[in-house]
Design a protein around this ligand. Structure first.
Ligand code: DAT
Ligand code: MG
Length: 139
């Protein structure tokens, strides 16, 4: 398996509740290297574009409101099989369905406010990383 990268956001609820340290510790302990990291806040336009694939879904408006209500921690992570392994680490979209020990099981409140984002493909990881970071911010 190739060493590769994924993109994550610790969403506004994680930042508000003070979970950044604990979640980054878990990410590090799971073998991911942080390639890029920053606190940033998405504008309405940013969130609408980032989640454009969900624009016809009934929760789209709430999702955009949630993702823009405060800062997020955006990061790029490197590991063998990064995309798939990170999706395993974060758990199911709905924390009620997430496996024991996953980030969403431990830290997410609901399907709408589910603590963390993880890219779902190598292609989307590259697109999402470029959405938030310039080349000189990646190490
Ligand atoms: P994931 O974040 O696990 O990739 P997704 O891409 O299907 O999940 O959806 C993106 C986000 O949209 C998800 O993290 C939370 C929100 N969302 C998804 N399904 C939802 C639902 N049924 N009700 C409310 N919010 C939902
Ligand atoms: Mg998704």
């Amino acid at each position: 398996m190739a060493t590769n990268r994924t993109f994550t956001m610790l969403k506004p609820d994680s930042v508000e509740k003070g979970y950044i340290g604990a979640i980054l510790e878990k990410i590090n302990a799971s073998g991911f290297r942080i390639v890029a990291v920053k606190l940033t806040q998405m504008t309405k336009g940013d969130a609408e574009a980032f989640y454009a694939v969900h624009s016809e879904r009934p929760f789209y408006g709430e999702l955009v409101e949630y993702m823009t209500r405060g800062p997020i921690l955006a990061a790029i992570l490197e590991k063998e099989n990064a995309v798939e392994d990170f999706r395993t680490l974060i758990g199911a979209t709905n924390p009620a369905d997430a496996a024991e020990g996953t980030i969403r099981k431990l830290y997410a409140a609901s399907i709408g406010e589910n603590a963390v984002h993880g890219s779902d493909s190598d292609e989307n990881a590259a697109i999402e990383s470029a959405f938030h970071f310039s080349g000189r911010e990646m190490f």
